[in-house]
Design a protein around this ligand. Structure first.
Ligand SMILES: C[S@@+](CC[C@H](N)C(=O)[O-])C[C@H]1O[C@@H](n2cnc3c(N)ncnc32)[C@H](O)[C@@H]1O
Length: 459
């Protein structure tokens, strides 16, 4: 069962709690924080339930359940200590279309009460969809630690300033950006520290910087080789700021999930045959979007400056006078090597490392400095080399590389699906064919590959 998070406004809603004892008491205690109208049916009650009834906060019916209790209810909480009775009440509620929740029985719940972290109007809800209350509690503790106790105060302050911002910036995009920019300053700390006049000053100053909030800019960001946790903090921050994201094939769904939810997503994955034309189109699109005042995230696999054509993209921005930032990412060579347990350099085996692109120039042949790549005591990393693996290894053999030199091919490096295929200059191609590998793949050639046997740490 998978629950969908919804926050209900219980103001004046008619809720019914059936049951006595601690479980019912816990539900009632939660509901008392809302403005729900609450009736409680319980043959015998805890001290607290009696007190709440005395205080007029709940209407207590000191008896056993009757079917008529369900009439005109919107939510019902069932917590008697009779399992069959709970099921029977649940079935009756279902027939009447009333949402019901049987305590500690996820299979008899139309809704659940998540674990919450409550900071005044700011509420974080955590649920494991009934799978593990212990995990939910652990997550709650972690979130408790992250959210300052006075966070509610910040929300109230921001809320009080919304009409002013609405007047000043009628355009929604500009308004959103104003809020983002404001929260990127230390205004939150000021409010939390009670320095309200400083916060007001900061707010007023930013209200005057209208041009700044209107201006578009571009973030050229490296998303790393695949594993979500290899994203940089800066990449994450800018992903949350962007109005629109242009991404390509190498950016995984999990990474794309981190982009601001309401940002427009544009897939610009490249088809190899149309590479040159498409790149120009992408460059143009980025410029147009930024000129419209958008914050454009150009999200690329690995590092944008390693076989990523990042240089061409920012050259266009430079010419058009559009502000931009470049955020490096972990390139495939570093990511794949680390996760395969193959150090790219090593005191005993390789004093240098060279990255090369293994695709054909003009659809003809590989044009690389074979003499240089064939030298000993180095590591050669080949990007985009799968299709031309045979030609690549044949050229190296022709230029004097011994056939025993070890070679690794890493498929979908750093992801859950990562596979590492090891061979040498003559055996690897056949092993790769047998393994039926899929892109993206990276090839590492050099004596360091031998270390994979002893240094591999990932299954
Ligand atoms: C156009 S290049 C982009 C490289 C990227 N900018 C970087 O820094 O990793 C694409 C090539 O990178 C390599 N690559 C990228 N991610 C990879 C991964 N997770 N596993 C293996 N190879 C990868 C593959 O060789 C793929 O064909």
């Amino acid at each position: 069962m998978q629950y969908f998070p919804v926050f209900l406004n219980l103001q004046d809603r008619s809720c019914l709690v059936i049951g006595a004892g601690q479980v019912a008491e816990r539900k009632i205690r939660l509901l008392l924080r809302t403005a729900a109208q609450m009736d409680v049916v319980a043959p015998d009650c805890t001290e607290n339930i009696l007190r709440w009834a005395d205080e007029g906060r709940i209407a207590l019916h000191n008896r056993t359940y009757r079917s008529s209790d369900l009439k005109n209810r919107q939510l019902v909480f069932i917590a008697t200590n009779n399992h069959r009775l709970n099921q029977q009440i649940f079935a009756e509620a279902e027939r009447l279309g009333i949402w019901a929740n049987v305590a500690d029985a996820p299979e008899y719940c139309d809704f659940i009460l998540p674990s919450i972290v409550d900071r005044g109007p700011v509420i974080a809800a955590i649920s494991t969809s009934g799978r593990s209350p212990t995990l939910a509690r652990k997550m709650r503790r972690e979130i408790e630690r992250l959210l300052p106790a006075q966070l509610g105060r910040v929300a109230e302050w921001l809320s009080a300033h919304r009409p002013t911002v609405m007047d000043r910036f009628p355009d929604e995009t500009v308004r959103q950006r104003f809020w983002q920019d404001l929260l990127d300053t230390n205004v939150m700390e000021m409010i939390l520290n009670g320095q309200i006049s400083q916060a007001e000053q900061q707010f007023n100053q930013m209200l005057d910087e209208i041009d700044h909030h209107r201006k578009g800019e571009v973030y050229l960001v490296g998303a790393g080789p695949g594993d979500l946790e290899l994203l940089t903090l800066k990449a994450l921050r800018l992903m949350q700021r962007a109005d629109v994201v242009l991404y390509d094939r190498l950016v995984s769904d999990a990474i794309l999930e981190q982009v601001r939810r309401d940002a427009r997503r544009i897939y610009v994955g490249k088809k190899r045959a149309y590479h040159a034309v498409r790149q120009e189109e992408i460059n143009q699109m980025i410029i147009e979007l930024a000129s419209e005042g958008k914050r454009v995230l150009r999200l690329k696999g690995g590092d944008p400056f390693v076989f990523g054509r990042g240089g061409e993209e920012i050259a266009g921005l430079m010419e058009a006078g559009i502000p931009f930032q470049v955020v490096p990412g972990i390139t495939a060579a570093s990511g794949c090597a680390a996760y395969a347990g193959i150090p790219l350099t090593h005191r005993d085996y390789a004093q240098s490392v060279t990255f090369v692109a293994g695709h054909l120039k003009d659809n003809e042949s590989l044009q690389l400095d074979w003499q240089l790549l064939a030298r000993p005591a180095q590591t050669v990393v080949v990007y985009m080399g799968l299709e031309n693996l045979d030609q690549l290894l044949a050229q190296l053999l022709n230029h004097g590389v011994p056939k025993e030199r070890p070679v690794a091919l890493i498929e979908e490096g750093t992801s859950e699906q990562q596979r590492v295929i090891i061979g040498d200059m003559t055996t690897l191609p056949q092993r790769v064919r047998e393994a039926q590998v899929r892109a993206p793949t990276l090839i590492i050639i050099g004596e360091v590959v031998r270390l994979h046997d002893s240094l591999r740490w990932k299954e």
